[in-house]
Design a protein around this ligand. Structure first.
Ligand code: ZN
Length: 140
């Protein structure tokens, strides 16, 4: 068994922006030389999330609308008073989803279903640079 570490940054521009990071994670798996095992993907953030879903525009809008229903723009957030960064709703939305994913690696590739893509979903109210860490464990 071998362990490989990798990672990359993602620049985001706006709230509720999806960035497809499937290719970048696949690239890490390829570089690792791993033939079978798991890839653990971790997002170092409290105002953005990792999501696996179909890359279909209506669905991506549905996900954002659900998050906005859960944490509307027009209510008071105590966090905003604590820090003045005005992103209380962003933190709350991020808790709806995950900051970690585990995907199997088979035959040197991520084992994803036909319609599965991996997205970083930005919830913060200003542009950010996100760090994604990937830990791959398995056999070469
Ligand atoms: Zn904050």
């Amino acid at each position: 068994m071998t362990i490989f570490m990798d990672g990359f940054s993602v620049k985001t521009e706006s709230e509720n922006q999806f960035t497809d990071i499937t290719g970048r994670i696949s690239g890490s798996v390829s570089r690792s030389g791993l033939s079978s095992g798991i890839a653990s993907i971790f997002l170092l953030s409290t105002t953005s999330s990792l999501i696996i879903c179909e890359n279909e525009g209506g669905l991506l809008e549905d996900i954002v609308r659900r998050a906005m229903f859960f944490a509307p723009d027009d209510i008071e957030y105590r966090h905003n008073k604590a820090w003045g960064d005005n992103n209380g709703r962003s933190h709350v939305k991020a808790t709806l989803y995950r900051q970690d994913l585990t995907v199997p690696v088979r035959n040197g590739e991520l084992l994803l279903g036909t319609w599965q893509s991996i997205f970083l979903l930005e919830f913060d109210v200003r542009p950010r640079e996100r760090r994604v860490s990937i830990t791959m464990v398995g056999d070469v």
